[in-house]
Write a protein that binds this ligand. Structure first.
Ligand SMILES: [Zn+2]
Length: 90
């Protein structure tokens, strides 16, 4: 069973308590109406999808309910680190 550390609860917990929420550190444009269709499409749909180290957003859905970020290796599925939302990219 895969264990994920919630940075708020400060516990390693089973993955079934968590929900993947996409790539981390995707900032919403300040003025979406000023973007071209291509720029808006890129913001909505284009993601890095790397092989290896990946910054991801997760939610402790069946625990504290809070969103946090994690660095996970997409090949080995191992979590390198988890950190609170709002902290700089690791
Ligand atoms: Zn939690």
């Amino acid at each position: 069973m895969l264990l994920i550390r919630c940075p708020y609860c400060e516990q390693d917990l089973p993955e079934v308590e968590f929900t993947y929420a996409g790539e981390a550190h995707i900032a919403r444009p300040l003025d979406p109406a000023a973007l071209s269709d291509e720029q808006w499409e890129k913001y909505l749909f284009v993601r890095a999808n790397p092989r290896g180290r990946h910054n991801e957003r997760w939610r402790h859905s069946f625990g504290c309910g809070r969103f946090f970020n994690a660095v996970r290796d997409t090949v080995s599925d191992k979590f390198e680190v988890t950190y609170k939302a709002g902290e700089p990219r690791k």
